[in-house]
Design a protein around this ligand. Structure first.
Ligand SMILES: [Zn+2]
Length: 309
């Protein structure tokens, strides 16, 4: 039910049927949000046992034309190259082991399968994203490294988006409003909070901007009832929601976004509050589920919440 189905226009998070396979890894985020632990966890309390680790797997594709992608992904150990996934591996007291698998799906996509507690990233998605990156490179005269950068940035975000669906399911997190919007927010927060551990904040922002561009590529500009009724916001709306979260983290630094047309002045005015509110909400939701051995994150999260934003 939650998957990224890619079409010529792009990818949508929906749930296609998919194969699965796998092995392990795990963690929780200490983001920027607020609320003290005395406020008490809604939902289930954290257990005293260590959280199960994440599992990582690369399932061989049946299609010959996907075998090269499979080989590259497996040799690169893609799952262990995603900084935010590695950072949150072991962070939460999950009731089940969460698996991350790459697989042949029959179409581009990424999705979470609740029955198997599995985040699936399709080889077809990797191929499609690389092709999109190549098209941008050629159309805009970008550097040779653009297709891979575009691929990596979007895989990071997609996987975190699906991980958000997984956390909502496994931790029984409350969601009011569209879950698709909520997990987009979580993906951005995780990148802003953890992505910078191995790279500069500017590099993380650059990746988020490539994700925003991907969201725009999903737009056909001619929406019909299906698009309006979809569980996802329109591509343009996802674009501006993400830009707002970025801008809201540092309005002074990102003032140029408004002049560049990446955000309207009217929306920008509320983005610092929106960004703060979103981060605090996710921290409050996740804090009660931190694995006991991640006490340092809990302390950081509580301090964040107590600062009051
Ligand atoms: Zn989704």
């Amino acid at each position: 039910m939650f998957a990224l189905a890619a079409t010529a226009a792009g990818f949508a998070c929906a749930a296609p049927p998919g194969p699965a396979g796998g092995r392990p890894g795990t963690s929780v985020p200490a983001g920027d949000a607020a609320l003290s632990r005395q406020a008490g966890p809604p939902g289930k309390p954290a257990s005293g046992a260590p959280g199960p680790a994440f599992e990582y797997a690369y399932i061989p594709p049946a299609s010959r034309d996907l075998k090269d992608i499979y080989r590259r992904v497996r040799e690169a150990d893609l799952w262990r190259q995603l900084p935010e996934v590695q950072e949150i591996d072991g962070m939460f007291a999950l009731p089940r082991r969460l698996r991350f698998v790459t697989a042949e799906c029959g179409e581009p996509g990424a999705f979470y399968r609740p029955e198997q507690a599995e985040v699936v990233l399709c080889y077809e998605t990797l191929r499609a994203l690389y092709a999109q990156g190549q098209a941008h490179q050629q159309a805009l005269g970008l550097g040779k490294d653009h297709p891979l950068r575009y691929l990596r940035a979007n895989v990071r975000f997609m996987v975190l988006h699906e991980t958000g669906h997984a956390l909502v399911d496994l931790l029984d997190l409350p969601v009011t409003g569209r879950q698709e919007d909520a997990v987009d927010q979580l993906a951005a927060i995780l990148m802003l909070r953890f992505g910078g551990l191995a790279e500069s904040p500017g590099e993380v922002i650059d990746d988020l901007r490539l994700v925003a561009n991907w969201m725009l590529t999903r737009s056909t500009g001619a929406y019909d009832l299906d698009a309006f009724a979809d569980e996802h916001a329109l591509g343009e709306q996802r674009f501006f929601n993400l830009q707002c979260l970025i801008y809201g983290t540092d309005p002074d630094d990102f003032a140029g976004m408004i002049e560049a047309g990446d955000l309207t002045a009217a929306r920008a005015a509320g983005c610092p509050r929106e960004s703060r509110q979103t981060s605090r909400a996710w921290v409050r939701l996740l804090l009660p589920h931190l694995a006991p051995e991640r006490e340092a994150y809990a302390d950081e999260a509580v301090r964040y919440l107590e600062r009051g934003g």
